[in-house]
Design a protein around this ligand. Structure first.
Ligand SMILES: [Zn+2]
Ligand SMILES: [Zn+2]
Length: 155
């Protein structure tokens, strides 16, 4: 199933590039594949580290520019880095995020209750809201257990 989904994604990728007149180079395909594989909303640096193992001569700048181009043509989303460098999100469906303050992993959340959160009237009057995303922060499964009773009481 996973495999199939990836093939579909790659097909959609190639098609979108063609439509936007972006050449499908081996480097670009590899970068897209890495995004498919890393489901952690990687930063450009994170993608660069992986792509370098296959294309040792690729520069960080190329990777960064490629990611921004992907975002420009609507292949991926740029999400908040929460104080870190910007992060990239392959999932274009409406969803929410859980951000781990320790390992910085961003996990996708699908939650109907969050989808249905109403924007208060005074906010609607001040801003044109085009998108709503709930961001939860805390510690993920891996990091949380190390922290219980740790320094959470000190402040
Ligand atoms: Zn974590
Ligand atoms: Zn996401």
């Amino acid at each position: 199933m996973q495999q199939r989904a990836s093939t579909d994604h790659l097909k959609a990728f190639a098609e979108k590039c063609r439509r936007k007149k972006l050449r499908v180079t081996p480097q670009r395909t590899e970068i897209f594949k890495i995004l498919l594989k890393l489901q952690t909303h990687p930063s450009a640096e994170g993608v660069y580290r992986v792509v370098k193992t296959r294309f040792p001569n690729i520069s960080f700048d190329t990777v960064n520019r490629t990611l921004l181009t992907f975002a420009e043509i609507g292949l991926i989303d740029v999400v908040e880095g929460y104080g870190d460098p910007r992060r990239f999100d392959l999932n274009l469906e409406h969803h929410h995020h859980f951000y781990c303050m320790n390992c910085r992993k961003i996990t996708d959340l699908f939650c109907e209750a969050f989808d249905q959160l109403a924007v208060p009237k005074d906010i609607k009057e001040r801003f044109t809201v085009t998108n709503k995303r709930v961001v939860l922060r805390g510690f993920c499964d891996n990091c949380g257990s190390n922290r219980v009773g740790d320094n959470s009481k000190q402040s």
